[in-house]
Design a binder for this molecule. Structure first.
Ligand code: ATP
Ligand code: MN
Length: 465
């Protein structure tokens, strides 16, 4: 092989004029191979783009015999001349001078053959599915969204604040927690009362994986002004739905001096920014997914970016649902925690727009939300999206020490003095929200199941790879 600097497939395809007429060096995996008795056409993909570059091999130059192991999945190093392509759908191709096979992929064993595979089957081979066009597209979009999130907040002067993954507070109430322990489960130390003696555990008390970084995020916001977290979150709820994972990533901005309206403005601007970013930077991937899974995808994304979200109090939302005459699986009445079917009715059938539902009954929301003057509802805001239902949950936080303490006592929450201190010393109005990262990726990719938008999904009875 000659000493030529490697070019990515993406670079070749996005600027063909720069390369045509010169010698190039590419590396990647074989997607398909076809041809006749004189030439072989190899579609090579290196992960940089949904598109492949076509390698043309003339058997007069490279004997067919040496290409026996060039099959789907094999990895290659190719050098040759970049030429204008005669074929349709590509501007540039490579006429190979030399091909080195890095690794073969036996046709008998390699599970990803040319025929399409179901998403369910691909979940069983999650270690290989990033090699498919579909998962390549999803994972590139996922990356872009993560980058857009950091860019959005950085450009607004927010600080990336790291909250702990192991926590001893079980007060968040957002979901069931996974316990973290080094105690021997088959021989637990017990106290006189027969209960487990956690003073002998690793942290000297009971500890768990976090379900949300919010409470610690508030500590950051009430010092740095505006912060956001972006990290893994764990929920041990046994919810086998297409919208829940046991391990997912959450973005939680928290802002001092923001009232609920500022919070809604930020949430709306933020999701629109992320979607626009993906539309601009991942066009090929989005179009691929639209073509194969969801014809309405691009229109839906544009629609969300271009329209104002509806802002509606919970009480009015419930009225609309009650008067809709629609038969829901779960009953609707004031005070109920809305189910996904209710949320989706409001968004998809009634308003046909994303909806921010506000002012929920305090009983169905977390203790830290600011009580409205009616004494019954709290300043909560859930952002509801078509196909997804709840994508964001947030609120203005109760900043009044007395009210917050009373609410925590009502609910029997103790051992949270560090949290109450934010209200004791220089308390300020503040707000924040949580966006489930995978729900955003789900929306932008048009995939149906949240297990297909994270490389290695964790859900009940599944912890492979
Ligand atoms: P849901 O009602 O959909 O179960 P939640 O009310 O429990 O969600 P929050 O506690 O408000 O969710 O969490 C904030 C955000 O995190 C949600 O709006 C959602 O986008 C996301 N989220 C919550 N639970 C999960 C989960 N198990 N898997 C993936 N994302 C989740
Ligand atoms: Mn919620």
């Amino acid at each position: 092989m000659k000493d030529i600097k490697r070019t990515t497939v993406k670079a070749l395809l996005s600027d063909p004029d720069k390369y045509i007429g010169s010698e190039v060096d590419v590396k990647g995996w074989v997607r398909t191979r076809r041809g006749n008795k004189n030439v072989a056409f190899i579609a090579l993909n290196d992960g940089s783009s949904i598109k492949n570059v076509q390698i043309v091999v003339d058997f007069a130059k490279i004997p067919e015999e040496s290409l026996k192991e060039v099959t789907t999945g094999a990895s290659l190093h190719v050098q040759g001349s970049a030429v204008a392509s005669q074929g349709k759908g590509q501007a540039i191709e490579i006429q190979a001078d030399e091909i080195e096979i890095y690794g073969t992929a036996s046709v008998a064993d390699y599970p990803l053959q040319k025929k399409g595979h179901t998403l369910e089957f691909l979940r069983e081979i999650a270690h290989l599915r990033p090699r498919t066009n579909t998962f390549g597209a999803v994972l590139r979009i996922r990356h872009s969204l993560a980058y857009a999130i950091h860019k959005f907040f950085n450009d607004k002067g927010f600080y990336y604040f790291h909250t702990p993954l192991i926590t001893a507070s079980d007060c968040e109430g957002a979901g069931a927690q996974f316990q973290v322990t080094t105690l021997p489960l088959e021989d637990l130390p017990k106290g006189e009362d027969g209960m487990v003696d956690y003073s002998q555990d690793f942290f000297g008390k009971m500890a768990s994986l976090t379900v949300s970084g919010q409470l610690e995020g508030e500590l950051g916001a009430t010092a740095l002004g505006c912060i956001y977290t972006f990290g893994p979150t764990f929920r041990a709820e046994n919810s086998n739905t297409p919208r829940h994972l046991s391990e997912f990533w959450m973005i939680e901005p928290e802002m001092a001096f923001y009232e609920i309206e500022d919070n809604m403005d930020l949430a709306e601007e933020f999701v629109k920014y992320c979607i626009s970013y993906a539309l601009e930077h991942n066009r090929d991937d989005i179009e691929f997914l639209a073509e194969h899974f969801d014809k309405g995808l691009v229109d839906r994304l544009n629609f969300v970016v271009e329209n104002d979200f509806v802002r509606l109090p919970y009480t009015e939302g419930v009225k609309i649902l009650e008067e809709s005459g629609k038969k829901f699986e779960f009953p609707v009445y004031w005070g109920v925690d809305l189910a996904s079917e209710h949320e989706r009715f409001l968004v998809e059938e009634h308003f046909k727009k994303p909806v921010i539902l506000t002012d929920y009954p305090k009983e169905i929301k977390a203790f830290y939300m600011k009580l409205n003057d009616d004494g019954k509802t709290v300043r909560a805001m859930d952002v509801l999206f078509p196909k997804i239902g709840e994508i964001i949950g947030g609120s203005q936080r109760e900043e009044d020490y007395g009210k917050l303490k009373q609410r925590m006592e009502e609910l029997g929450l103790a051992g949270m003095d560090w949290y109450l201190d934010t209200r004791k010393f220089g308390s300020v109005p503040h707000s924040g929200f949580g966006l489930g990262f995978e729900r955003l990726v789900l929306f932008v990719t048009g995939m149906q199941n949240i297990r297909d938008v994270i490389p290695f999904p964790r859900y009940p009875n599944n912890c492979d790879f």
